[in-house]
Design a protein around this ligand. Sequence first.
Ligand code: COA
Length: 183
Amino acid sequence: MTSSIRLLTASDAEAYFEHLSRHMGESGRDGDFIFTPSDGYDRLNKPKELERFREKWELSLDEPGWTRTWGVFVNGDIRGHIDLRGGYLKTSLHRASLAMGLERPLRKQGLGAKLIELALQWLRETPSLEWVDLYVFANNHPAQRLYSRFGFRETGRVADLFRIHGEPITDIHMVLKLENGAT
Ligand SMILES: CC(C)(COP(=O)(O)OP(=O)(O)OC[C@H]1O[C@@H](n2cnc3c(N)ncnc32)[C@H](O)[C@@H]1OP(=O)(O)O)[C@@H](O)C(=O)NCCC(=O)NCCS
């Protein structure tokens, strides 16, 4: 499958929404892990969501809530993504949160690793950012293996943080320290 990866801009918002709707719908279904706390993504108010993506993509890195998203394109559709988000308070703008996902047919081809490499390269060229946080469910071992390979380390876990389809979910916090700053 031929794919390409690039940073998303305002005109990609609709394709990104369609990807997230398909991808979130995979969680906990047809043998897949439960990997997201989102419930009923496809029932969200689409115009409002598109507006929200566009606003956050346009924020500069010194504005709380900034977001940068890279999409994996296959035949013009977005089939995977990696997302970096800044803190929601000025006092946490030295940190970014990472989230990612690939639709099922694109997994286990090295694309997850490629997306993380790209995001880490961008982070290393962005001196204002010193830490990367992510959250992953305890049952999601493939994702944890991928994050560990790139140096993310577990700092703690919260049992029963979510209940999804009646199942209690333990959430793990993983962190990577970038070598960008002095601390
Ligand atoms: C987590 C996720 C992003 C990983 O993406 P990926 O592309 O499958 O990740 P990798 O590049 O590391 O490949 C995963 C596995 O396939 C193997 N692999 C990579 N390229 C391969 C290839 N060409 N052929 C066969 N296997 C391959 C890797 O060695 C790795 O094996 P491991 O799990 O035993 O370590 C993806 O599984 C996914 O989207 N899952 C659902 C959503 C999700 O969990 N998101 C994260 C929430 S925190």
